[in-house]
Ligand binder design. Structure first.
Ligand code: RIB
Length: 299
């Protein structure tokens, strides 16, 4: 029996400009290409898990516009349970402005739009379906008080919590305590512990600090350098796969979605991390977040 994956998160339409390099302050440069891709950390993670074969549901809000309609169509095509996806009556869909350079690195600004309207009542209603042992996955793009509420609800239901702390910020100890899987990247790890950690040894110290606050598995994603974990049974580093990156947008989401998928199949966390590393390394070789998420048959 597989666990169901419940995602609570954003729907953002990504407007992506590719250029050789990022412009400097006050500078105009000529870009190479422009595309519009569906994105947002919530739906990216949901699609990543669903394309691999996970049983996925999502709670979120789309805009009262063409982008909102495009997301509703996508949800049907991806076979994601979307009975808890609402359309805003007054707000446009969330938008992301993304610059990608020739190394595939990105800079992102998002405007939340309809995503701001998810309410506690929506969350309460969603949790009626959630049972002990189900997986609840969320991120920090939605209202922070709502994230706290989601975590409290998930703990009270004894669901397995995956918190991807992106965009990064500091979190209260009461929130960290009891989280099953916390998945910061290096920048987000530094924000969580208020320090600057660079080497693998530093990351181990940071991960142990978060573990001491009650996080059961601290998994730090390291981009091309893979990922590492501390869960009280030792610190382990898994190297990344060497690929030529074209666009790194959505790589972290691919990692989280794949991790959720593997945990939903009750796979061991080390095997899950190796699998998630592999999926993330495929995603960076293609443009866009959702268009790059592989199906299980493509691995
Ligand atoms: O993690 C990548 C995502 O972050 C993009 O799709 C963008 O929409 C932002 O939410």
């Amino acid at each position: 029996m597989y666990r169901k994956i419940y995602v609570i998160g954003t729907f953002i339409m990504d407007l992506v400009v590719k250029s050789d390099r990022m412009p400097n302050k006050g500078e105009t440069i000529v870009g190479i290409d422009y595309n519009v891709y569906p994105g947002g950390k919530g739906i990216n993670q949901a699609v990543a898990a669903a394309r691999l074969g996970g049983d996925v549901s999502i709670l979120g809000k789309v805009g009262n516009d063409e982008y909102g309609k495009a997301f509703l169509k996508l949800l049907k095509e991806e076979n994601i349970d979307h009975k808890h996806v609402y359309t805003s009556e007054k707000l446009r869909n969330g938008i992301g402005f993304i610059s990608v350079d020739s190394k595939g690195d990105n800079r992102i600004v998002i405007v939340l739009g309809a995503n701001k309207e998810i309410t506690k009542e929506n969350v309460e209603y969603y949790f009626k379906d959630i049972k002990k042992g189900d997986i609840v996955m969320t991120q920090l793009e939605i209202d922070f008080e709502l994230v706290e509420f989601i975590i409290e609800k998930a703990k009270s239901k004894e669901a397995i919590i995956i918190l991807n702390p992106a965009p990064g910020r500091k979190l209260k100890d009461s929130i960290l305590n009891g989280i099953d899987y916390l998945t910061p990247n290096e920048v987000e790890l530094n924000m969580l512990i208020d320090k600057t950690h660079n080497s693998i040894d530093d990351i181990e110290i940071g991960a142990k600090e978060l573990y001491s606050k009650g996080v059961k598995n601290v998994i730090v994603t390291l981009g091309e350098n893979g990922a590492c974990i501390y869960n009280g049974k030792g610190f382990k580093h898994f190297s990344g796969n060497i690929v030529k990156a074209i666009d790194t947008t959505g790589a972290g989401d691919a990692f989280n979605g794949s991790l959720a998928y593997m945990l939903s199949k009750e796979k061991d966390v080390f095997e899950s991390i190796q699998f998630a590393n592999k999926v993330a390394s495929i995603v960076v070789t293609k443009n866009g977040a959702i268009p790059s998420m592989p199906k299980i048959t493509e691995l």
